[in-house]
Design a protein around this ligand. Structure first.
Ligand SMILES: NC(=O)c1ccc[n+]([C@@H]2O[C@H](COP(=O)([O-])OP(=O)(O)OC[C@H]3O[C@@H](n4cnc5c(N)ncnc54)[C@H](OP(=O)(O)O)[C@@H]3O)[C@@H](O)[C@H]2O)c1
Length: 239
């Protein structure tokens, strides 16, 4: 599987940290030429310095002009991975219009515009990998925007897979995963979150970055899979 990535040009938007960076590290170690797309070039350069074969390009997924400029500069790409998110977790009574729009821009509108500008320069044997999330399948008060944007991602991949074929388009739907993003909660609160995730899954544990990275690498080379959302959450959506 990893042999097939050797020499492939992979753009990872959101690749400067967390799951995006973990995927960047593994694909780069497998010999892929990784380009990290990030809205902050400085953070991305710091990330690139840890990777054997990587470069950086400025892309803000909520800004079409940066997407178009990146496509014009890169000219050819084999695979694109987008981990960007802008969550707006709030009760319905507290929802804010602009934050809802940004959440849709990061997960749904941005990837659509990215497909618009990058499909002409994507390899016909290449793929696009988006990120959904378990919230779409587990309605929970306070997480409506997250649930609906993640659900839209699953519909988006089937639409894009049909229209961009033979380019493959898939998504991964993680459950609560210890990717680094939860460190912001502090040690105790993060441990409580992961513990709760463990008892809320069929396999009795929270997700790890490796769970996601291994599936992402497999999907890049899975030439007969398109339009799918792969659930990496230990069956959490059934509890
Ligand atoms: N970790 C989990 O428990 C979990 C669970 C379910 C679903 N997911 C999904 O999995 C994906 C990756 O999650 P994660 O754990 O790695 O953490 P995350 O905090 O969702 O990571 C988001 C990444 O996107 C980048 N980003 C945000 N806005 C952007 C924009 N406008 N343009 C370009 N890049 C942007 C961020 O970098 P900067 O902020 O530095 O720009 C960061 O690298 C997300 O879509 C998330 O919703 C994660």
């Amino acid at each position: 599987m990893e042999k097939q990535l050797n020499g492939q040009k992979i753009l990872i938007i959101g690749g400067a940290k967390y799951l995006g960076l973990s995927i960047a590290r593994k694909t780069s170690e497998a010999g892929a030429k990784v380009i990290i797309g990030a809205r902050s070039i400085e953070k991305a350069f710091q990330a690139v310095s840890q990777l054997p074969l990587a470069n950086v390009i400025q892309i803000d997924i909520t800004d079409e002009s940066t997407i178009a400029a990146a496509a014009a500069e890169l000219k050819h790409i084999d695979h694109i991975i987008i981990t960007a998110s802008a969550h707006h977790n709030a009760a319905i009574r507290d929802l804010e219009h602009d934050k809802i729009v940004t959440a849709f821009e990061a997960k749904v509108i941005g990837p659509m515009l990215l497909a618009k500008h990058f499909a002409p320069i994507l390899s016909s044997t290449g793929s696009i990998l988006l990120f959904s999330g378990v919230a779409a399948w587990k309605p929970t008060p306070g997480y409506t925007v997250m649930g609906v944007t993640n659900g839209a991602v699953a519909f988006l991949v089937s639409q894009l897979a049909r229209e961009l074929a033979p380019i493959r388009v898939n998504s991964i739907s993680p459950g609560i995963t210890d990717s680094g993003t939860w460190d912001i909660l502090g040690k105790q609160e993060k441990e409580a979150l992961l513990k709760n995730a463990a008892v809320s899954s069929l396999v009795g544990r929270a997700g790890t970055s490796d769970d996601i990275v291994n599936t992402a690498l497999w999907l890049l080379s899975a030439g007969n899979i398109s339009g799918e959302t792969i659930h990496i959450e230990g069956g959490a959506r059934y509890l």
